[in-house]
Design a protein around this ligand. Structure first.
Ligand code: G3P
Length: 497
């Protein structure tokens, strides 16, 4: 009986299951969207049971699409939207509140208190992170504060916390495994990246009981098995786990220090593998764990852009300037104006390297002649400019020149954007053949653990570069445009103050 690996990719707006064969080819997949909950301006929540429901549906869907049987799955890899926080009852498995999503700003006040109390440097040194509502720690505190009796119950060991990876594994194993992995733990703002353990000083500071936290595991090992009831009759090892952006780095085969990838999804997340040294940024990038396998940890620097693909969705659903995302490419090409129009899509504040929660979107450089085409072009260009902000910062931090940027995610299909990205960075953009690098990375991690693939050398043969974009803009024009962008971002922030 032919065997396969299944990846479950639980993202911010949808859940997917993809089944891979030995060649790393997708032989069947299924996707399901689920509801976004916006209880107040700036808040974003998910119903964790709906997420679980979507996981069950996509597993079934992938079997139907592929015609394969559950017994043919040799291992499962899980990858997930990171930071999103669930707290549930240990006995019943019922979440005590909605999952608070990574984008949500409802815990900004808790983050501000931590900053005002002078904990920025201590937290940076230990967790590699900038204090922000983005990470899980303040979200846990918020739920414990806002649900009646939650703090007391957590202290008694009746409640469990998990990011989405933990939640899915706990459900698939029917509560037998309460685990997470290095890459997800690194996003909680509670994990000591040097000691590779939950940090007691930060737990005490936030009054978070240690007993509610999952056990932290490597990214590639057998954590447990599905119970047959939740995997259509089969008991299959869950053998790989990583936050979606780290999984994408792995799927991009960025195993060497200095390799960098950008995934253009809802947001855009640029990660550089920095090898075995824990290295802090002097310029407000964050330090995180790329992956840990067989006791060897690879650290990474990351720049998180909160709005990327969602700016294109905004053009479609909010501004109604386009009818579909691919149309943005034709319109951008049709823009003939040389005017410098800048759209700063700071809809939920600005992420790295600015970290300004109060900033909001702005448009600069409009004239009477500005057209729909120009506006769409400027919005696409904002993804490339934000990427340059991060790449420049990474080079400054590491002193290493970046010559190639590996790209994936939906907007990486946009050839106009990829060429402009190459132009504004002045480096090669390498687009992977398999753009689903997140799911592929999770499958690789699981496949390594169960011996489906032998080693990294074998994986390197499984995802080639599909197309390279090389810079063609002259240097003076490139720098003039980028300077205009930096002025626009500065003005946006002045307005926020
Ligand atoms: O840090 C948030 C990130 O993991 C979300 O990724 O692809 O679900 O939007 P995505």
């Amino acid at each position: 009986m032919e065997k396969y690996i299944m990846a479950i990719d639980q993202g911010t707006t949808s859940t997917r299951a993809i089944i891979y064969n030995h060649q790393g080819e997708n032989v069947g997949s299924y996707q399901k969207e689920f509801d976004q909950i916006f209880p107040h301006g700036g808040w974003v929540e998910h119903n964790a049971n709906h997420i679980w429901n979507s996981v069950q549906s996509v597993i079934a869907g992938a079997f139907i699409e592929s015609g394969l049987k559950p017994e043919q799955i040799e291992g499962i890899g899980i990858t997930n939207q990171r930071e999103t926080t669930v707290i549930w009852d240990k006995e019943t498995g019922t979440p005590i509140y909605n999952a608070i999503v990574w984008q949500s700003r409802q815990t900004a006040a808790i983050a501000n208190q931590l900053k005002e109390a002078g904990h920025t440097e201590m937290i940076r040194q230990k967790t590699g992170l900038v204090i922000d509502a983005y990470f899980s720690a303040t979200k846990i505190r918020w739920i414990l504060d806002h649900v009646d009796g939650a703090q007391e119950r957590a202290e008694k060991g009746e409640l469990l916390f998990g990011t989405i990876d933990s939640w899915i594994v706990w459900k698939l194993t029917d509560g037998k495994c309460h685990v997470t992995d290095y890459s997800n733990a690194a996003r909680t703002m509670l994990f000591n990246l040097k000691e590779l353990d939950w940090d007691q000083e930060i737990l005490d500071l936030l009054n978070i009981p240690r007993c509610m936290l999952p056990e932290v595991k490597s990214n590639s090992e057998v954590y447990g098995h599905t119970i047959p009831f939740h995997f259509y009759g089969a008991e299959v090892p869950i053998a790989g786990m990583a936050g979606d952006q780290q999984a994408a780095l792995f799927g991009q085969l960025a195993f060497e220090p200095g390799m960098v990838k950008n995934t253009y999804g809802t947001g855009a997340f640029i990660i550089m593998n920095t090898g075995s040294d824990f290295q802090l940024s002097d310029n407000r990038l964050i330090t995180t764990i790329a992956y840990g396998i067989d006791g060897e940890i690879h650290y990474a620097l990351e720049g998180s852009i909160f709005v990327a693909g969602s700016a294109i969705q905004w053009l479609r659903d909010g501004m109604r300037l386009i009818q579909s995302s691919p149309e943005s490419e034709d319109l951008a090409r049709a823009s003939k104006s040389e005017d410098e129009v800048y759209v700063v899509p700071a809809f939920t504040g600005l992420g790295a390297p600015y970290w300004n929660s109060d900033a909001r979107g702005a448009v600069f450089g409009l004239s009477r002649g500005t057209s729909r085409e120009d506006f769409v072009k400027a919005t696409l260009q904002s993804l490339a400019y934000q990427t340059r902000d991060i790449i420049d910062t990474m080079e400054k931090d590491t002193g290493m020149p970046i010559n190639v940027l590996k790209v994936d995610g939906g907007a990486a299909m946009n050839n106009y954007l990829m060429q402009f990205q190459a132009d504004i960075l002045g480096i090669e953009i390498a687009r992977a053949q398999n753009l689903e690098t997140t799911a592929l990375g999770a499958a690789f991690l699981a496949g390594l653990a169960v011996g489906y693939w032998d080693d990294l050398e074998e994986l390197k043969t499984l995802n080639a570069v599909d197309q390279a974009f090389n810079p063609s803009m002259n240097n003076a024009r490139k720098e003039q445009l980028y300077k205009g962008w930096t002025r626009a971002v500065k003005a946006t922030q002045v307005f926020a103050d």
